[in-house]
Design a protein around this ligand. Structure first.
Ligand code: FPP
Length: 245
C-alpha cells in the first residue's frame, strides 16, 4: 500500500516578541503640510490599533520605541508636544488597556522625565500589573548603550557590596540588570519609514532577532501590514548560529 502525505507541514511559530521602531511621523505630517506633532498624534492612533492586533497574531510581547535618549535634541516645541502626548495617551488609554488584558511596562531612564509623566507611568504599571494577555513595553528616554551603562553601574554596585562574585559574571548576569530583565529577547524587530538602522534600540537583546525594514511611514502602518510581516517571519528559518538539521 502506498501512503501519500497530503497534510501540509505545520507552520513555524510566529514571533512571540515583536519590537517596533516607529519612524516617519514627521515626514508623514510634512507631506500633508502639517506640523510634525500632527504626525505623532496620528502615530499614537496606530499604537492603539497595533496593540489590539497582537492577540489575534499570537504576539505576546510588543515593545515600542516612543522616545530615545537622542530625541531630546529636537526642538523644545516638539519635545514638549511629545511629552504631553505621552501623558495624554496614558490617561486616555489606561482603562481600555486594563480591560483588554494588556500589561504595560516602561523601559528607559526616568530621571530626565517630568514628575507628572513618571507618576502616570508608575500608576499604569501598577494598574495593569495583573494582566497577561499582551505585554506592552514602552521605551521612553531609552537608549541601548545608556541601558547597558546603567546596568553595568548597578552590577558594579552589587560587586562592590560583595553580593556578586566578579568571577561569576557572564552575559546572563548582565541581562538581569538590564531594564528588560522581565522580557524575553525580541524575535523580530520592525522599523518603518525606509531607514535601515537600529538607532540604539535593544542593542543587547536583539543579538539573534530578525529585522524587517519597511518603507511605510508609521502613521500608515496598520494591522494588515503587521499580519503580513508576522506571517513572513513564520516562513523564515532561524538558526541561532547553528547549521540546518
Ligand atoms: C519617529 O518619527 C517617532 C518618534 C520619535 C516618536 C514616536 C512616537 C509616537 C508614535 C507617538 C505615540 C507613542 C505612544 C507610546 C503614545 P520621526 O519624528 O523621527 O519621523 P521622521 O523621521 O519622518 O522625522
Amino acid at each position: 500500500m502506498t501512503f501519500t502525505a497530503t497534510r501540509k507541514p505545520d507552520p513555524l511559530p510566529g514571533p512571540r516578541h515583536v519590537a517596533i521602531i516607529m519612524d516617519g511621523n514627521g515626514r508623514w505630517a510634512t507631506q500633508r503640510g502639517r506640523a510634525r506633532l500632527f504626525g505623532h498624534h496620528a502615530g499614537a492612533k496606530r499604537v492603539r490599533q497595533i496593540v489590539r492586533a497582537c492577540p489575534d497574531l499570537d504576539v505576546k510581547y510588543l515593545t515600542i520605541f516612543a522616545f530615545s535618549t537622542e530625541n531630546w535634541k529636537r526642538t523644545q516645541t516638539e519635545v514638549a508636544g511629545l511629552m504631553s502626548l505621552f501623558r495624554r495617551y496614558i490617561t486616555r488609554e489606561a482603562h481600555a488597556l486594563l480591560k483588554e488584558g494588556v500589561r504595560v511596562r516602561f523601559i528607559g531612564d526616568r530621571i530626565k522625565l517630568d514628575e507628572k509623566l513618571v507618576s502616570l507611568m508608575d500608576e499604569l504599571e501598577l494598574l495593569t500589573a495583573d494582566n497577561s494577555k499582551v505585554h506592552l513595553t514602552i521605551a521612553l528616554n531609552y537608549g541601548g548603550r545608556d541601558e547597558v551603562a546603567r546596568a553595568t553601574k548597578r552590577l558594579a554596585r552589587e560587586v562592590k557590596a560583595g553580593r556578586v562574585d566578579p568571577e561569576s559574571v557572564d552575559a546572563e548576569t548582565l541581562a538581569r540588570f538590564l531594564d528588560t530583565y522581565f522580557l524575553p529577547d525580541p524575535d523580530l524587530v520592525i522599523r518603518t519609514s525606509g531607514e535601515a538602522r537600529i538607532s540604539n534600540f535593544l542593542l543587547w537583546q536583539s543579538a539573534y532577532a530578525e529585522y524587517e525594514f519597511i518603507d511605510t511611514l508609521w502613521p500608515d502602518f496598520n494591522r494588515e501590514i503587521f499580519a503580513d510581516i508576522v506571517a513572513a517571519y513564520a516562513r523564515r528559518e532561524r538558526r541561532f548560529g547553528t547549521v540546518p538539521t
